[in-house]
Design a binder for this molecule. Structure first.
Ligand code: ZN
Length: 397
């Protein structure tokens, strides 16, 4: 198809710039909500494409938005047509770009560049959204709440790993902080006068471990002690821990978190301490829009790579793209940048894999597959309708 060739040629022309940006962002890893360098670079590159860039979207300093194509707002068309959004993540972890978000944002940018090159022919509108703080900050959830995805018909992004799949099952999360308040006393001279908050924390972990057997397959509960007491010779007056509860569905993650809370309440009763708890947030599980994912897979095939549906029980993590997928049709394919065993996401050695020629080649290929999928969604009413029908028929879990 001539238009598809044009999009791919535009992405090839943009390739060196995209790789250069990916390298710079990799060399300057920034934690959640602090991605000023990356957001600045990406917004600058978008400006050079001749589109207007909105910074500070949804009240988030490092979020941005730009669009190309037919826009209802600009008055170019009475009927603006559909809107597809490509989402860019660019936050890092304390050990660098060990999750490869430098490749996510450059793939999104290159895909947008390819579509912007044919903006006058686009039968709808493509939006690029810079979404901060995927790693624990839930930037997309804030952007959803503030309406940054309103008017978007389908959203997409792609994530690097050591495998290739058009769909990606992720786990819903619920993040709990539990704080116990006891009574301090001299640990040798008057332990009977104290109530140990640390004992309550330890008891909570033991009760959670006893409960694990009864949770459904694929559930995960992992916790850390964030405050274990004040001094070794004082019965701890205060102690705290955090648990991340994960499950295949948002509802079940909540159920598990409720059970953890009951374990903590029992521990407080047993130790004579008081419990305070906070829900620090959580991500929803990913609902993969198959109509869109399968079109993406078809383009991957043409580009020389097979991207099947992921097995539902594959080892996985969690993402705030899950929340997007509960609000509108969305895909989050994963793409291979290294051989299996070369390191998992979040491991320091994976950070080396996210800055290789192989990784950047894969990023460009994925940019093309996303751009072609986006163009199909805009150009084929039947495709976008089937994506929406599938979304409407989804099971909220
Ligand atoms: Zn990631």
């Amino acid at each position: 198809m001539a238009v598809h060739d044009e999009i791919c040629r535009a992405i090839d022309r943009f390739k060196d710039q995209a790789i250069g940006l990916g390298r710079q962002i990799h060399a300057h890893p920034e934690l959640k909500f602090e991605e000023r360098f990356a957001a600045g670079l990406l917004a600058g590159a978008l400006g050079e494409l001749g589109v207007e860039v909105e910074r500070g979207v949804a009240g988030l300093e490092t979020a941005f938005r730009a669009e190309a194509g037919k826009s209802g707002k600009s008055g170019k068309s009475d009927q603006p047509g559909p809107t597809v959004a490509i989402l860019a993540e660019y936050d890092a972890l304390p050990n660098g770009h060990s999750c490869g978000h430098n490749l996510i944002c450059t793939a999104a940018l290159a895909a947008f560049a390819g579509l912007a090159a044919i903006r006058d022919q686009l039968p709808g509108r493509v939006v690029i959204l810079g979404t901060p703080a995927e790693e624990g900050g839930g930037g997309k959830i804030i952007m959803l709440e503030k309406g940054a995805l309103e008017g978007v018909d389908v959203a997409m992004m792609a994530h690097p790993v050591d495998g290739e799949f058009a769909t990606f099952p992720t786990l819903a999360t619920r993040h709990l902080r539990l704080t116990f308040h006891g009574h301090a006393s001299h640990a040798a001279a008057a332990p009977w006068a104290g109530a140990s908050a640390l004992a309550a924390v330890i008891q909570t972990f033991q009760s959670v471990d006893a409960a694990r057997l009864h949770f459904r397959d694929g559930s995960r509960i992992h916790g850390i002690i964030t405050d274990g007491g004040q001094a070794v010779n004082i019965i701890p007056e205060k102690a705290a821990c955090e648990f991340l509860c994960r499950a295949h569905t948002t509802g079940y993650a909540r159920e598990i978190a409720d059970r953890v809370l009951r374990c903590a309440e029992a521990a407080a009763a047993a130790t004579g301490t008081k419990l305070a708890h906070e829900v620090l947030g959580g991500y929803k599980n990913m609902i993969n829009n198959l109509a869109t994912a399968h079109r993406y897979a078809r383009h991957c095939e043409t580009l020389g790579v097979t991207a099947p549906d992921a097995p539902p029980d594959m080892p996985t993590g969690s993402t705030d793209m899950g929340d997007v997928s509960h609000a509108l049709p969305a895909i989050h394919p994963i793409f291979r940048i290294a051989d299996p065993g070369a390191g998992n996401c979040h491991e320091e050695r994976f950070a080396k894999q996210t800055d290789t020629p192989r990784a950047y080649e894969a990023m460009i290929r994925v940019a093309k597959a996303m751009a072609l999928t986006a163009d199909d969604l805009l150009a084929e009413p039947a495709l976008i309708e089937s994506a929406k029908r599938e979304f409407a028929a989804r099971q909220e879990t």
